[in-house]
Design a protein around this ligand. Sequence first.
Ligand code: KG4
Ligand code: ZN
Length: 360
Amino acid sequence: MLILGIETSCDETGIALYDSERGLLAHALHTQIAMHQEYGGVVPELASRDHIRRVLPLVREVMGPAGAVLADLDAVAYTQGPGLAGALLVGTSVANALAFALGVPALGIHHLEGHLLSPLLASNPPAFPFVALLVSGGHTQLMRVAAVGEYELLGETVDDAAGEAFDKTANLLGLDYPGGPALAQLAGQGRVDRYKLPRPMLEQMHKTGNLDFSFSGLKTAVLLLVRKEAPDAVGRADVAASFQEAIVDVLVAKSLYALERTGLNQLVVAGGVGANRRLRDRLDRSAAAQGCTVFYPEFEFCTDNGAMIALAGALRLGARIMAAGQRPETSSAAKLAKAAAAQHYAFSVKPRWDLSATVL
Ligand code: KG4
Ligand code: ZN
């Protein structure tokens, strides 16, 4: 089955073509970072307008090299939420229009499901069940993933997301949007133990069994520290390193505790913050010491992309077809999928959407 994936939830237009037997055939991405940079953050209206300009040219860009034409598609998967409403509407409209014209299913995918399944695109993928740590600009969650569509929330942030904390702290230190990568780079030149910063919701973890996160206090602690110390360039690198270490300490400890509590030995790390080198090094070492393995998406699929949406669409459609007693690769399965598609194309976006509430 050939699936087109469309991602337009935030500031990246990502398009990909995934074949359920041959794997990822092609993908293309346009990032709006340069456009939003002068405003210091994502401007939703500009994001939507840019997605409109990019989606169809990028669809053409992936079809050509894959030697495919639109008529070959068996389904169109798109990010239905969560994200910016206007940005989501662009991908959702294009996906539904294409799918309607072709008479194939339009599959609304949860953005975080895309992220948490993205390590399955790597050459050494994890097997179900596993624990997933989702760390993006909008979310910080630990999930138990039993199978495609079976997600149990173990813990999540009660305030800021990890990526958001990186971005806001970077801003405090005078670094450009998007701050996460810039802060990580600055942290590489600093000392991790110069400033003592809080590790929120960590001390009581083993007693309470609580796997939730909180990062806004840490951000405030950095704000007060920067006001008090007015650090020079060296001091700023030390603040960055101390901040990164505090976040990494919390993410590592909670992830390992989630593995211990669920009795699982595979951890999947997904979302933009999963690109952080320090987090990867520390997780790898601590997990190995506990007899566990950590899986990451390829670097290019850590941040938003169309490949993870096409993959999630393919896996969901495959699971639905198998539930109907068919094998996904047969022509009767394709017919079944088309019959399902004929039902309706009324579409809606879900700017706020709970992953554990999605149904297959
Ligand atoms: O998953 P993603 O691309 O978009 C969302 O769905 O939010 O994640 C973007 C977030 C941003 O907050 C960005 O600053 C952060 O991931 N990020 C990083 C790094 N690369 C991206 N944070 C820390 N270290 C990095 N290397
Ligand atoms: Zn994302």
